[in-house]
Design a protein around this ligand. Sequence first.
Ligand SMILES: [Zn+2]
Ligand SMILES: [Zn+2]
Length: 270
Amino acid sequence: MNPDTTTAIKVFVINFLSIALQYLALAGLAWWLAYRLWKRRWARRKIIAARPGGPQIRREILLSLLTAAIFGLSTVATWWFAQQGWSRFYWDIRLHGVWWLPVSTVITTVLWDAWFYWTHRAMHHRWLFRHFHRGHHLSHNPTPWTTYAVDPLEAAVYAVFVPMVSFLYPVHPLVMALFMTFQFLFNLAIHSGFEIMPTRFGRSRWAYLISTPTSHVMHHETGRGNFGFCFQIWDRIMGTCHPEYDRRLVAMTEPLPDSASGSPGRPGEQ
Ligand SMILES: [Zn+2]
Ligand SMILES: [Zn+2]
């Protein structure tokens, strides 16, 4: 077998396994903590009170493993473009200095947020939705397992991002790993089903800028508005914030008395 093909297979297997295991371990841990161990303690931060059962979770795990495979292929593409000398992927940190590592991580995160907002918004077009985004929206009440549960075509839209930016500016594998870990953890948080932001976050100025689990859960619940990923800023600028979002976030992050198990921000309370 051609040595390049052998390396490509190794790159794929290592990446697929690490993405899949990261997903299974951390989504599993979040599920066990929030939906089992501290189910009662965290109940008042549950954005939609109902708790999805087995069929939804099985579908989400299956789709997420498919996504891990597609992301594995994207790493093979990044590696292959670099092998051909086409992209700006590099290994030697000294080439662009240590300072470039945090700076390029921030640039990558800001670009990713814009890529996510615009492609996500486009996927809500009726035709694209059917082929790209329907699988993700089958979950109206997301759980940690929803994190990577997207249709293969939607996963491909996200998977092209890293190979694409490696053509725009120098990308070190460390930055790639940092970015992938950050986007996974943020993705896990916004799908957890729980509002994890600090008390009174909804009344702070940060709420204008930073996205929250409430924002994304409302997107799943209603299918409209709140298209952003880690920043709320594109939704603010483009006027696509859900009209009820700010009020609901304030309700979710208010310090509630223990007796108040139902708040106006938590529909589906049983
Ligand atoms: Zn959507
Ligand atoms: Zn989602």
